[in-house]
Design a binder for this molecule. Sequence first.
Ligand SMILES: Nc1ncnc2c1ncn2[C@@H]1O[C@H](COP(=O)(O)OP(=O)(O)OP(=O)(O)O)[C@@H](O)[C@H]1O
Length: 255
Amino acid sequence: MLDIRIDTKRYPDRGGRPHLALSGLHMQVARGEFVCVVGPSGCGKSTLLAIVGGLDRACAGEVSMDGRAPADLGFMFQEPRLMPWMSVLDNVLLVVPDGLREQARARAVELLCAMELGDVLDAYPGRLSGGMMRRVALARAFVNEPALLLMDEPFVSLDSPTANRLRAMLVAQWRRCGASVLFVTHDLREALALADRICFLSPSPGRVVLEFAVDLPRPRDPSGAQLEQLHAELLARHPELLAGLPALREEAAHD
Ligand SMILES: Nc1ncnc2c1ncn2[C@@H]1O[C@H](COP(=O)(O)OP(=O)(O)OP(=O)(O)O)[C@@H](O)[C@H]1O
């Protein structure tokens, strides 16, 4: 169980006055659960992931996993963050601790094959398309078989078929390895396609204002009727979500 209790997170702003980014943000993620965090731009989603991942320790509060600071983490960010001078396979092995790389090699190859990258193991990232680079980053996120996977809008700005393919690959790997996932997005349909549960954050300073269990069978079709119906029902029940999420506001304006 991942237990997140962030009382306050402040950043010093340029004038020296602190900016309150998160306030009273409490949430939990069960073992093996897929939780999406949805919230408006600037509400502190990336800040939350940085704190949970131990990249930012300057906050009042506590994050624990089974009673200890979370270790055994996998990350995936908006940018694939590949080293251009390393092969695809070496980019995946880069996050494996020294001394364990040889034994992780077979797993890395297997993951890359599952991502349909088996024929470019020795290629350099410069030769790959944007979608292929994200698939390398996805394989890298899983190579250490993490207990907790932290994902910060990993499929943003991909065309919809490519993003859907990546989502299906993510779900397949998640179900295989049983990691808990904390996935940040501002795309409600993406959250409905992926999550067991969605935590909605308030505008800044972010805190959880609504939790929603996604009761849809898997595999889910992101553009299917069931998901569309749930999307409509959720917005009808919680019209306040429209105010917080710019993408939804734009969509409503076009309707
Ligand atoms: N290093 C920093 N120093 C000062 N302020 C910061 C820093 N990082 C983030 N902030 C501020 O904290 C707030 C939350 O930022 P954060 O990036 O966590 O939001 P977000 O919800 O992930 O935004 P987006 O959806 O636009 O990516 C914003 O107002 C941001 O400007």
